[in-house]
Design a protein around this ligand. Structure first.
Ligand SMILES: Nc1ncnc2c1ncn2[C@@H]1O[C@H](COP(=O)(O)OP(=O)(O)O)[C@@H](O)[C@H]1O
Ligand SMILES: [Mg+2]
Length: 460
């Protein structure tokens, strides 16, 4: 019914107008009816205002209800625990997550001490948080344990903030806690997987090293052959000299006369033997040291230990690695060096050796089928980087393969000849030293050019 209809109805109720709505007050000449009409008009106005206010109230009520529903739905959808308490730490409200965690409905939580919901250690901290809030100090990212519905401690990462009333007076504290149990479990899983992956990767790198070593055996054996035969030769000579010296000394012991001794001295070439002794021993020692050096290089190459940077001559390392590879190669390419005589740097010997072996081995493999197989190895440094480049006159790396050569198990070699791990492992070794390994095709040289860049850690 509209406001006008309601007013008309009221006037009918007072008998001031007939059913047709015609006012019989017009027939009243005394004017008393006019007052009545005024009263009724006022009532009509008041009534319509009332109706208007009621409508407004209803609208506001609906809006309030909607807002409350909205807040409740937000609180209910929160996965974080939310508990509101008064200034004394008594629970006033709790969201669904808090109910599910504690296994108690909100009405049952209300009025309980907030601290009682937590484990004994954490309860003390809750009281401390309340004191902080009273002292206007924030509480952020604190880890405490709620007692869950099974009576078990459930770790939460909590933030607490102060709650004020309209007049800005402190009326309590709001605690929001994020369950970290799941998070921690997920983190532990991730950490375990990462550790396993690192172990597998180390294993892979080691296997690749062993495979490379297998291919290098011929070169290394050749390398060892020289000093060992040198040592053998010298030892035979020393043994022979020993026999002569023994005979001469025996004659002396037996009291031979001076003439006989001089004759024996000439016959046994004692003077020459004595002159030869020192260089022979020195040469033997040198040969033994060379053997020991090669064994050390090999041991470093095949070591699975993580190594620390040490003082080294990168040029010497390149020469050693190249010699090993080329000596064991079926087709011996021409090797050009573009390097200074020496370049002392701080670096990881074993890693640098392994990378160079891989790069030179790949170059040697790829040029085996080309005319005039040639490999150039260059090494230099500027103020920030040390770089080693190995380029060859092979077919180069195709556009498609360039993005894949560093992938594990990518190989274009026949089964049994390639592991597809050399470049993958070398890339990882370069990265571990904060360096890079770059693959390009070299227009000048014709084939691929692999450049290892390492940060220059200083001369030594
Ligand atoms: N110098 C090079 N020229 C052309 N292709 C190369 C060269 N070096 C590496 N490659 C390509 O990269 C692939 C992966 O090399 P690598 O990881 O050392 O494994 P593998 O030598 O066992 O194949 C090789 O199979 C080859 O296709
Ligand atoms: Mg290889």
């Amino acid at each position: 019914m509209s406001r006008v209809d309601k007013g008309r109805q009221a006037r009918r109720d007072f008998g001031l107008i007939d059913q047709a709505g015609v006012a019989d007050v017009l027939a009243d000449p005394t004017g008393r009816d006019e007052i009545w009409i005024e009263v009724i008009r006022k009532m009509d106005e008041v009534y319509s205002d009332l109706v208007h206010y009621q409508l407004e109230l209803e609208e506001k009520n609906t809006a309030l209800e909607e807002a409350q529903n909205f807040i409740s739905s937000v609180l209910a959808s929160m996965t974080d625990v939310l508990i509101v308490c008064d200034a004394d730490g008594k629970v006033e409200r709790a969201n669904l997550a808090a109910e599910l965690f504690t296994g108690r409905a909100e009405p049952l939580l209300r009025g309980d001490a907030l601290a009682d919901l937590f484990t004994a250690d954490s309860a003390e901290r809750i009281n401390h948080f309340l004191a902080c809030i009273r002292a206007d100090k924030p509480v952020a990212d604190e880890e405490i344990s709620l007692i869950d519905h099974r009576g078990q401690p459930a770790p939460l990462s909590v933030n607490c903030s102060a709650r004020y009333d309209h007049d800005g007076r402190l009326v309590g504290m709001v605690l929001i806690g994020r369950p970290v149990g799941e998070l921690r479990r997920a983190y532990e899983d991730l950490d375990r997987t990462h550790q396993e992956l690192t172990k597998t990767q180390r294993h892979l790198a080691f296997s690749e090293k062993m495979a490379a070593l297998g291919r290098l055996v011929a070169g290394v054996a050749h390398e060892l052959n020289n000093p060992i035969s040198f040592v053998f030769g010298n030892m035979y000579a020393l043994k022979n000299y020993g026999e002569h010296l023994k005979g001469y000394l025996q004659a002396m012991d037996d009291g031979a006369d001076a003439e006989t001794l001089r004759e024996m001295r000439d016959a046994h070439k004692i003077d020459r033997i004595l002159k030869d002794l020192t260089p022979l021993v020195d040469g033997t020692l040198e040969g033994a040291e060379r053997v020991s050096e090669i064994v050390q290089d090999l041991r470093r190459f095949s070591s699975s230990q993580e190594e620390q940077p040490e003082a080294l001559d990168v040029v010497k390392e390149i020469h050693t690695a190249t010699r090993w590879v080329v000596k064991s190669a079926r087709v011996k390419p021409e090797i050009l060096f573009d390097m200074p005589d020496e370049m002392r740097i701080l670096g990881r010997k074993g890693a640098i050796n392994q990378i160079v072996v891989n790069l030179v081995q790949n170059a040697v493999d790829i040029v085996a089928d080309v005319d005039d197989p040639t490999i150039e190895i260059a090494c230099s440094r500027d103020s920030t980087d040390v770089w080693v480049r190995v380029r060859d006159n092979g077919p180069g790396v195709s556009e498609d393969d360039r993005g894949r050569v560093f992938e594990p198990f990518f190989t274009t070699k026949p089964i049994g000849e390639g592991t597809g791990l050399g470049l993958y492992v070398s890339y990882g070794l370069a990265e571990e030293q904060d360096g890079r390994l770059i693959c390009e095709n070299d227009a000048d040289f014709g084939g691929a050019a692999f450049t290892l860049r390492l940060p220059y850690l200083g001369e030594c």
